[in-house]
Design a protein around this ligand. Structure first.
Ligand code: PLP
Ligand code: COI
Length: 362
């Protein structure tokens, strides 16, 4: 990250304001709600999507019988917009988020949002909030949180007839304090599961995150900022973290290894990193990973939109008798972790050529 004095606030005269012109402490952003100018809102009623509108109030009037409130008929997305040095703002792979929200929505019987409608919604809300896009060089990004939920009443267990789609935006910095420079220690969770086989783990539905709250907070209390879940059926295979996918790196054999499981969320960051790893000649393996195999990895990464590429320093597991086994990875940031981080962030920041066409210019 650059010191504040070196941040360049780009001046795009066509924009309403420009990235970084809101009065915010750009180099101190964490990952917390902050008010912005507006969010986008669109309602599905009488079998079709109505026209979207930009709303300034962060409050919403919802029916007390809304299916999202009672039965968890809700899913969400997460993607980021980045300011480039030329003053433009670019979304990272919004088409992938559009496809995923529809897969998640389908799993809990919500209506499809056309891909173009989703991308235009993201585009328009960023434009309206361009002043809140962290300036080029700050290390931050504008996080977009699309949210789709059943807003119509239903008390018999059935899908709603009315849905609300929202895209809210929040300027963010690092999810885990210290970012790339500070490896995070994780706890392997045995007392709880995140997702059942054939359940909803591969969908980004709200309830998956509620299920994680107890283990997540208990781990934090023990000094572990991140939780790693195992497969629910046998607790012998690595699945994913609360917030992100798992990647194991074997440097000697130039291997990138990530779990293959129907109950893991297909991460867009993981998909992108796999492409970048292959570009640099690594072998990518998506397959079962036994817990014991953790001892063979040189580096472990948690990857996702919010956490980007977070180095995992160690993973600890307590057995039934409170005995501890600890898998230690690189003390510092591993070389492959750093390279993957740099490459994906440089693409996002417009600092190297976007050979895969991942940036979508707002
Ligand atoms: N796994 C979980 C449980 C997540 O919540 C996320 C975040 O979206 C990811 C993985 C990473 O997905 P992506 O890279 O698409 O953000
Ligand atoms: C994201 O990375 O976009 C997520 O949705 C993860 C969430 C726990 C912040």
């Amino acid at each position: 990250k650059q010191p504040l004095s070196r941040l360049s606030v780009a001046t795009d005269i066509n924009a309403v304001g420009a990235p970084g012109t809101a009065d915010l402490p750009w180099s101190e952003l964490g990952f917390e709600f902050r008010p912005t100018k507006s969010h986008l809102r669109m309602t599905y009623r009488d079998g079709k999507w109505q026209e979207p509108e930009m709303v300034e109030s962060p409050y919403i009037n919802v029916h007390i019988g809304a299916t999202a409130l009672h039965y968890g008929q809700a899913c969400f997305e997460g993607l980021k917009a980045f300011a480039h040095e030329d003053g433009s703002v670019n979304l990272f792979r919004p088409d992938e988020n559009a496809k995923r929200i529809n897969r998640s929505g389908h799993r809990v019987m919500m209506p499809e949002i056309p891909v173009e409608t989703f991308i235009k919604a993201c585009n328009d809300v960023v434009k309206d909030n361009v002043a809140y896009v962290p300036p080029y060089g700050s290390g931050g990004a504008l996080y977009l949180r699309p949210l789709l939920f059943g807003s119509g009443p239903r008390i018999g267990l059935q899908p709603a007839e009315e849905y609300t789609f929202i895209v809210m935006v929040i300027p963010v910095g690092d999810y885990y304090k210290g970012g790339l420079a500070a490896p995070v220690n994780g706890l392997i969770v045995d007392d709880y599961d995140r997702a059942a086989p054939k359940g909803v783990g591969a969908a980004k539905v709200a309830g998956n995150y509620a299920a994680d709250l107890i283990p997540n907070m208990a781990a934090k209390k023990k000094g572990f900022p991140i939780c790693l879940y195992l497969d629910a059926a046998t607790h012998t295979l690595v699945e994913e973290f609360s917030t992100s996918n798992f990647i194991g790196i074997d440097n000697e054999n130039k291997k990138y290894i990530t779990p293959k499981s129907d109950s893991v969320l297909p991460s867009i960051t993981n998909k992108s990193l796999q492409t970048l790893a292959k570009d640099e000649g690594m072998t990518v393996e998506q397959r079962d990973i036994e817990v014991a195999e953790l001892s063979t990895f040189d580096e472990v990464i948690a990857c996702g939109t919010a956490v980007v590429v977070t180095p995992i320093g160690s993973l600890t597991r307590f057995d039934g008798n409170g005995e501890e086994s600890k898998y230690q990875f690189t003390e510092d940031v591993g070389e492959t972790t750093r390279r993957l981080y740099d490459t994906v962030r440089n693409i996002q920041n417009g600092e190297i050529e976007d050979t895969h066409n991942w940036n979508y210019k707002v």
